[in-house]
Design a protein around this ligand. Structure first.
Ligand SMILES: C[S@@+](CC[C@H](N)C(=O)[O-])C[C@H]1O[C@@H](n2cnc3c(N)ncnc32)[C@H](O)[C@@H]1O
Ligand code: SF4
Length: 334
């Protein structure tokens, strides 16, 4: 079967599927969720494991998707995660399989997930201070994240990537210390500019820590050398660090100040079965309704392709008419 492809009207082709497995989380990162949590999606609205596996199969077999990243909310709290990974790993052509997680519980789950077929992991960690971590996430779980990172390496998930978001006045003095920590442990660090995706709508362009500031802080302590490799659709611009041989050690995902929408190759599926062509879309396409209405694989693939054809050219954060999406990052899937 020749796959349809997820092409949009600007000629971009989506081959990278982000699947949100839950909107729930065991942390409350200030830039993502309010301290009191959110009104979680009711269980009947969530896709079942079988429904997720079917959509992932359609994406790979019929729509040319080659990479699957499981995310959330916190994907490690979904009981069926191991089986979802195993079912995706059995597909032909086998997609590459990765996970974005806050790392809590990864000390127990890293090896079973590798055994199921997981290839790579990104672990989010924004601070080296347990006390700051507790303030930033409203949970005292810093030590668990460190254990999770170490277990990921031990289980063979290397190179482990670490994601960090810097917030002004909270951890914006940690760019260089986080890089030193990552270099010392062999993690590849990715700073992510804070985006207007917090449930509390507190983001402001004036207060966000920019890629330029992050790079200036790093360059005060390290010599960064541009990565000679083609960037392709990768969201992070990456650098080698002088004195640390091997692959690029640090990257910045400058979604706000250096948008990479023209090269975006993502398609997203929310935990309740909605396709989003962009993190910042105002529109969603309801695949869950099709699934539960006994639609054929072809009908679902066609609906998915149509949804992606309408992908906007860019997120438009700089446009005066920009509207933050109704769903926060945790409910879309980061
Ligand atoms: C939404 S989380 C989901 C996966 C998992 N719970 C985690 O934290 O890694 C995915 C990534 O999005 C990042 N993120 C969440 N809200 C963000 C925001 N408003 N701006 C930039 N990155 C954000 C997190 O730091 C994390 O690295
Ligand atoms: S960023 Fe991840 S860990 Fe933090 S609250 Fe959002 S979903 Fe949870």
């Amino acid at each position: 079967m020749t796959p349809l492809r997820l092409t949009d009207r600007y000629g971009r082709v989506a081959t990278d599927l982000r699947v949100s497995l839950t909107d729930r989380c065991n942390l409350r990162c200030a830039y993502c969720m309010p301290a009191e949590g959110l009104a979680w999606l009711p269980k009947p609205q969530l896709l079942t494991d079988d429904e997720i596996s079917r959509l992932v199969r359609i994406a790979v077999e019929r729509l040319g998707v080659t990479e699957i990243r499981f995310t959330g909310g916190e994907p490690l709290i979904r009981p069926g995660l191991r089986d979802l990974v195993a079912s995706a790993a059995a597909l032909q052509p086998r997609p590459s399989l990765s996970l974005t997680t806050n790392g809590i519980g990864l000390d127990r789950l890293a090896q079973p997930l590798v055994d199921a077929g997981l290839d790579r992991v990104n672990v989010s960690l924004d601070t080296l201070s347990a006390e700051r971590f507790a303030r930033l996430t409203h949970r005292d779980r810093h030590a668990d994240v460190l254990l999770g990172l170490a277990a990921a390496v031990e289980a063979g998930l290397g190179p482990v990537k670490m994601n960090s978001v810097l917030l002004r006045g909270i951890n914006d003095d940690e760019a260089a210390p986080l890089l030193r920590f990552a270099l010392d442990h062999g993690y590849q660090l990715r700073f992510i500019e804070q985006m207007p995706l917090d449930a509390g709508h507190t983001w402001s362009r004036e207060r966000m820590v920019t890629a330029e500031e992050i790079l200036a802080a790093l360059e005060a302590e390290f010599t960064l050398l541009p990565d000679p490799a083609e960037r392709g659709g990768a969201p992070a611009q990456t650098w080698l660090v002088a004195g640390y041989p091997g692959p690029p050690r640090v990257g910045v995902i400058a979604s706000v100040t250096r948008p990479f929408c023209a090269a975006c190759d993502r398609t997203r599926l929310t935990a309740d079965g909605q396709v989003r062509s962009c993190l910042f879309s105002q529109d969603e396409t309801d695949l869950r309704a099709l699934l539960r209405d006994n639609a054929t694989d072809t009908q679902i693939a066609d609906a998915w392709a149509l949804a992606m054809f309408g992908k906007p050219a860019g997120h438009g954060i700089d446009d005066p008419a920009f509207l933050q999406p109704a769903r926060p990052m945790s409910a879309i899937g980061g």
